[in-house]
Write a protein that binds this ligand. Structure first.
Ligand code: A3P
Length: 313
């Protein structure tokens, strides 16, 4: 696989993150106000970070403000990645200690690998998950790893000759970062069904279709509901606009800035196309059928469907 991965309790995890995982389990101090923003990689993490940050901080930083932190620093600086930040600090759980509450922590850790002190009802903290169609996720991650290897991260990633066929085979085997993708999704989905007050399950495709509705859901869930006055004043729409793909991509920080997450990558690599269904331009109908077959088989009996719309999950 493009990353050195190790299979651990049913998931292929990046080798470099095991010490961080250990720290998160044994020493990290969860606060009841913590909000975890969870996604499988390339499923809308950056967008969710922007929406979460804009929503939680809207009184101090009105979304239309020219000097909004998202405009100046971008989503990856406003909301740090949880496990790579701890890994980069040599396994220190103190990385987030000075952060003001509520902390927004973005993670790719599968639900079943999160510690009890996050998942237990008594922890108080909440989890928001965004799920994306597997074919779009595969294409997005294949193009992303090619950019990462082109940027010189050759020790971590396959060379630029890495083909979509190779990526598809690995993806279907679950051999990708935090894969299998469908297992990652289904675990969070099942928990959102069991404990809707603990886990909010959103879909990338729904968010594209009805951004304002999804932002309101997110705000209600994390305890920052919009008042009627705010809605009338256009605050929800301003957040949608601030966090839109076109706006975020156009920011200077996202054109030229770089991100360190165990490897170095330009911020611009996180803004490619931002649509649903772009897989059709990269994988053949046969390849799509193969992936659909693998996913369909794996989901059998789960009650979960990737093509369900809105609340009809
Ligand atoms: P594509 O490669 O299909 O364009 P992640 O943030 O989890 O790494 O996911 C990246 C994917 O989300 C990329 O998908 C990227 O273009 C898309 N994306 C980033 N910001 C977005 C936004 N504000 N709205 C919609 N999609 C966004």
């Amino acid at each position: 696989p493009p990353f050195p991965l190790r299979q651990f309790r049913g998931f292929w995890m990046p080798e470099g993150l095991f010490p961080a995982l250990e720290t998160i389990h044994s020493r990290f101090q969860t606060r009841p106000s913590d909000i975890f923003l969870a996604c499988f990689p390339k499923s809308g993490t950056t967008w969710l970070k922007a929406l979460g940050f804009a929503t939680v901080n809207r009184r101090e930083h009105p979304p239309s403000g020219e000097d909004h932190p998202l405009r100046l620093h971008g989503p990856h600086d406003c909301v740090k990645f949880f496990e790579p930040s701890i890994a980069a600090a040599g396994g220190s759980e103190d990385v987030f200690a000075a952060f003001p509450s509520p902390r927004l922590l973005s993670t790719h850790i599968p639900y079943s690998l999160l510690p009890e002190h996050i998942t237990a009802d008594s922890s108080g903290c909440r989890i928001v998950y965004v799920c994306r169609d597997p074919k779009d996720t595969l294409v997005s991650s294949w193009l992303f790893s090619k950019k990462a290897s082109a940027a010189g991260n050759v020790e971590l990633l396959k060379p630029a000759s890495y083909t979509i066929n190779e990526a598809l085979e690995l993806f279907c085997d679950g051999r990708c970062v935090t894969g299998p993708q469908w297992r990652h999704v289904v675990e969070y989905w099942e928990e959102s069904q069991r404990r809707p007050e603990k886990v909010l399950f959103l879909r990338y495709e729904d968010m594209l279709r009805e951004p304002a509705r999804n932002v309101k859901k997110l705000a209600d869930f994390i305890g920052y509901p919009f008042s009627g006055e705010e809605e009338a004043a256009g605050v929800v729409d301003a957040i949608v606009e601030l966090c839109s793909f076109d706006h975020l991509r156009s920011l200077e920080v996202n054109k030229t800035g770089v991100l360190e997450v165990g490897f170095t990558i330009g911020n611009k690599s996180f803004f490619r196309k931002g649509v649903a269904g772009d897989w059709i331009n990269y994988i053949s109908p046969e390849m799509a059928a193969k992936l659909d077959g693998v996913v369909g088989e794996a989901l059998r009996g789960s009650g979960f469907r990737f093509d369900a719309v809105g609340d009809s999950t």
